[in-house]
Design a protein around this ligand. Structure first.
Ligand code: HT7
Ligand code: ZN
Length: 844
């Protein structure tokens, strides 16, 4: 397969004025009739008429009513066409029941559904399946299932048929159709423009009653987007459908969002606090796409971050407003470091706007999404909230109905704020995480920060230019008073000084407050200074960060020198745990130790080859040391953080439960798990039930609880995903391969379901010490399953190959075995384009 290059973009030779689609749904013989009005595109020079199409059986084709015989290849068809407007008609046959890839039109539990982003529409009919071709769609569905949905507004319906009309021009990737036996949880919303909108969340009858929180999240999202961004909804109906077999989280099809059921269905008994939070976030994310993605879309897939980075940024703002902004920021940074920094630091590194791809599905990455959102956060910090609001207003006014580029996006900021963003634009084209090295001196009341930035080479990019890095800084005096409130230093040079005058004494700097830029800060600082910041910093992110970096240092010393955990760290943790002025959610986060992968990465950064087993062992020792040192606190915290009364998924109660479960986890190291057993038995919500089960899995003695859990929840797919996932993730290193293999032999390991596959194989890959077993058995197990899944669902298989992203950081023995496993995948005959590209990049 040939790569596609950003530089080769040319517009399509034709514009589409109207699309009419007619579906006769049958599991193995669905007929799709398309009638499409084309006209020459005056902005294009190339007038070849090529329509994408894959796995389609063409029944008939006609232009202006006269039959034609197009030339057909595996990628699509071409045909001579008039030089004036014309109507293309085609009928094709497809087999949704045989579509295991879950792209295009497929079936899940007897229900028909579609997934067209990025290039799935070409598996439904012949079409210019590219995001810059936008058109209104009218759709008729004939099927004997009761609920028949498509994009836009309902036009008419009868027994066995329904017609939908979407007046808003859209690209084909936003097309959707759903047919099934479904029930709705419904409400109404009146927009700020006075439009009455019918809201429905559709689920299978067995899941009735579990859509209330999704619906409530939708209403709050609609309100928030009106209040904060001035964006009102633009159709008479907004439908959401929950689907069990789904490759990703959810999809923002115009007026008909389709969701992985795990991000819709919730009840206190079956969903955890984290599930509720994810539902709220993802419902909001897909809804926000209505403007940032649907009304204004991408010119080509290289611009993906234009909609995804912006929409992630918007959903983070929303979550921060709905919950604790500080906790949200800390969690976002933890995710960014765990996923995006890892990506930036390995063979899969690519810019926020990639310059080439072979399979676009492989570029729905943490870099495009999360780093893309960070770039927007920096932009907002640089131009200020008012400048940001002006730029966004201009963006919506100027580009509504268009397919845009990153250049269009930056241009509105330049015009609205008068700022030159030429250098800032490098954030979109340079891969890799910048390192900012900080040294300092203090003389005669003047404090100087010497700043140096450098971005390491990444695949295909050896040399990097300095970037614009907004570094938010505060200064504290030795008694904890803030002598300089947060100030943004704009770092633009490779080396630059920041000077602060008129200080009475050398201050303690609080650098990169709020994680103001996605960079790695390199600065030698004494553990005492970090403990001081953990106690006194007024910036909540940096307060947490001080504790985190202290913990990282302590753990690294425990790994490399077999050191005992530093008492200063244990005392600092105790002070945070008992500080009732702090949000319980914050305290719970502070009590969580850096993960094994984070420690492996930190060791590799320092030039030490990480030993996954030694890391695991050190982390276990550290947890036990924390448990002992804070022993006098646990019982009190556990009692104090009880949440009496009915379960509420809100941030306040969720934070209390998180802190209580953290206490429970540490207590289990001292009481042999007795209280965790009791907690499990008494749990009346899934957060507590799964929390206690995790504690038991980590500390031993979970067998009976696992059996009880399976007996209780065997009928519930989403709950059982947790059961499968936890066992693979938390298995002790020496048992992890065997445990995971046994899980794959379980009759309920329905591996073609992406959620179940991710739970087991993804869960195991996240078990660092188990996956990186020195024997190579972990690599082989994952490789075997990736090969198997690739044959039925290339997209999900390829995504999960990122398990191997860090293989090159380990010792020669592990490297050899990981490489052999990857080469075995690469050598597989019939490997998908998705997987082929991933293993090539992983091995490069
Ligand atoms: N825009 C969507 C991205 C997407 C996707 C979703 C479901 C299945 C396959 C998919 N491929 C790409 C989701 C989002 O970011 O909102
Ligand atoms: Zn998105």
């Amino acid at each position: 397969p040939q790569p596609v290059f950003l530089k080769d973009y040319t517009p399509f030779g034709f514009l589409v004025d109207q699309v009419e689609l007619n579906f006769h749904l049958q599991p193995t013989a669905t007929r799709v009739r398309a009638k499409i009005a084309f006209r020459p595109n005056p902005a294009a020079r190339d007038r070849r008429f090529f329509l994408h199409g894959e796995d389609l059986t063409l029944i008939s084709a006609a232009i202006d009513g006269s039959p034609v015989t197009p030339e057909i290849t595996p990628e699509g068809l071409s045909c001579p066409v008039p030089e004036a407007p014309f109507v293309w008609e085609a009928e094709v046959e497809i087999a949704p029941a045989e579509n295991t890839a879950l792209e295009g039109l497929y079936m899940s539990n007897g229900m028909y559904c579609t997934q067209c982003e990025a290039e799935g529409f070409r598996k439904i009919t012949f079409y210019p399946d590219r995001p810059d071709v936008m058109a209104p769609f009218r759709v008729r569905v004939d099927c004997d299932l009761p609920v028949l949905l498509s994009n836009g507004n309902p036009v008419a319906q009868g027994a066995g048929w329904a017609e939908w009309n979407d007046p808003w021009p859209k690209p084909s990737y936003l097309f959707a159709l759903v047919a099934g036996e479904l029930v709705a949880t419904s409400d109404r919303f009146t927009t700020s423009e006075g439009r009455e909108v019918a809201l429905n969340v559709w689920v299978r009858p067995a899941d009735q009653g579990k859509a209330d929180y999704a619906l409530d999240s939708l209403i709050r999202s609609m309100k928030w987007d009106e209040e904060v961004y001035g964006r009102a909804y633009d159709l008479d109906v907004f439908n959401i459908v929950a689907v069990d077999d789904f490759n990703m989280g959810a999809m923002e099809n115009k007026g008909l969002n389709v969701f992985n059921s795990r991000y819709v269905l919730a009840s206190p008994e079956t969903a955890t606090d984290r599930d509720y939070e994810n539902i709220e976030r993802i419902i909001a994310h897909e809804y926000f796409h209505n403007w940032t993605g649907d009304r204004i879309t991408c010119r080509d897939w290289f611009q993906l971050s234009l909609k995804e980075g912006l929409t992630v940024f918007r959903d983070s703002q929303f979550s921060a407003d709905m919950r604790s902004a500080a906790v949200k920021r800390i969690e976002d940074v933890m995710t960014l470091r765990a996923r995006q920094f890892r990506e930036d630091n390995g063979p899969l590194a690519h810019p926020v706007r990639p310059e080439s791809y072979t399979e676009i599905n492989n570029f729905y990455t943490a870099t495009v999404y999360e780093k893309g959102a960070e770039v927007i956060g920096m932009l907002r910090r640089l131009v200020g909230p008012e400048g940001y609001a002006r730029a966004l207003d201009l963006y919506f006014a100027r580009h509504d109905g268009q397919a845009c580029t990153i250049e269009d996006w930056l241009q509105v900021f330049e015009e609205a704020t008068g700022r030159d963003l030429t250098q800032f634009k490098r954030w979109y084209s340079q891969a890799g995480t910048p390192r900012v090295k900080v040294t300092e001196d203090f003389r005669d009341g003047t404090y100087t920060l010497h700043l140096e930035q450098k971005t390491p080479p990444t695949p295909g990019q050896d040399e990097k230019q300095p970037q614009v890095i907004p570094l938010a800084v505060g200064l504290l005096s030795s008694n904890g008073d803030e002598v300089l409130p947060t100030t943004v230093i704009e770092l633009t040079e490779a080396r630059q000084d920041a000077v602060f005058e008129g200080l009475a004494a050398k201050p303690v700097p609080s650098l990169l407050r709020g994680f103001s830029a996605p960079v790695i800060l390199e600065r030698d600082s004494a553990p005492e200074e970090r403990a001081f910041l953990l106690a006194h910093d007024t910036d909540p992110f940096n307060k947490w960060e001080a504790g985190r970096s202290l913990a990282r240092e302590v753990l690294i010393a425990m790994v490399t020198e077999e050191a005992a955990p530093a008492p200063a760290w244990l005392d600092a943790l105790a002070a945070v745990a008992r500080d009732e002025a702090l949000d319980p959610a914050f305290r719970a986060l502070a009590l969580r130790l850096p993960g094994e992968d984070e420690l492996a990465e930190a060791l590799a950064e320092r030039g030490t080859v990480p030993d996954p087993l030694a890391i695991h062992a050190a982390r276990e020792r550290a947890k036990t040391a924390v448990a002992r040192h804070l022993d006098p606190l646990w019982a009190g915290l556990y009692a104090q953080m009880d949440c009496p009364g009915p379960y509420s998924p809100g941030a306040a109660d969720a934070g209390r439960r998180a802190l209580r479960l953290a206490a429970l986890g540490y207590m289990a190291r001292l009481d042999g798990g007795a209280r965790a057993q009791a907690h499990f038995a008494a749990a009346d919500n899934m957060t507590d039930e799964i929390g206690a089960l995790s504690v038991l899995l980590e500390t031993g003695g979970a067998d009976e609880a696992l059996d009880r859990f399976a007996r209780r929840w065997g009928h519930d797919r989403l709950v059982m995903d947790k059961w499968f996932g936890l066992q693979a993730t938390l298995a002790a290193p020496e048992r992890a391969v065997a445990v995971t293999r046994a899980l794959t032999e379980h009759p309920e390991f329905t591996w073609k379901n992406p959620n179940r596959f991710r739970a087991v194989i993804g869960g195991f890959s996240a078990n660092a010490a188990g996956f990186h077993d020195a024997s190579g058995a972990g690599y082989d197990l994952v490789a075997d399953w990736l090969i198997r899944l690739d044959a039925v669902n290339p997209q999900t298989a390829a995504r999960m190959s990122t398990a191997f992203e860090t293989w090159a950081r380990y010792d020669a023995g592990r490297r050899e075995k990981a490489q052999a496993a990857l080469e075995r995948i690469a050598a597989r005959e019939g490997l998908s384009r998705d997987m082929g590209e991933m293993v090539d990049r992983l091995l490069a």
